[in-house]
Design a protein around this ligand. Structure first.
Ligand code: SF4
Ligand code: SF4
Length: 131
């Protein structure tokens, strides 16, 4: 299908999410699915973002809260273990950080230009309870 802009489709046009047949969509990883050219999954929206989440696996307890709450399905998990963030689709809303229950948090927001290794090396320490 030729690539069209959002305002070039006829009113009522049906846009397919996938090309071809997909028998087990739930069991197919995102990167292996045959997304069509009219699906928003094929477009990177990374340049909208001003701040981004950085994931520190050292504190993660794999609770999957971030995966459940992310409104853009941008948290990547395999076998119930969090492995990172899909930076092509993350909008930088920060919800994943809000719901992360660890102390310190395993996801924190940083400016878009921040270097992941540098930020992980200076990750905040555990907040102690006040007596
Ligand atoms: S910042 Fe928002 S869009 Fe990005 S991974 Fe977190 S919850 Fe998802
Ligand atoms: S919410 Fe935090 S602890 Fe839970 S899976 Fe996500 S990063 Fe890990």
């Amino acid at each position: 299908m030729a690539k069209k802009g959002w305002d070039e489709f006829e009113i009522g046009a049906m846009l397919r999410t996938f090309d071809g047949k997909i028998d087990d969509i739930a069991g197919t990883q995102q990167e292996d699915r045959a997304y069509s050219q009219s699906s928003s999954y094929t477009a990177s929206v990374a340049d909208w973002r001003l701040i981004k989440p950085i994931f520190n696996k050292d504190y993660c307890i794999d609770c999957q809260f971030c995966w459940i709450y992310c409104p853009d399905v941008s948290i990547i998990a395999r076998d119930k273990k969090l492995i990172g963030v899909d930076m092509d689709h993350c909008k930088g809303c920060g919800i994943c950080v809000e719901v992360c229950p660890t102390n310190p948090k395993s996801l924190l927001m940083f400016p878009e230009q921040a270097d992941e290794e540098t930020e992980i090396a200076s990750w905040p320490k555990k907040d102690e309870k006040e007596e």
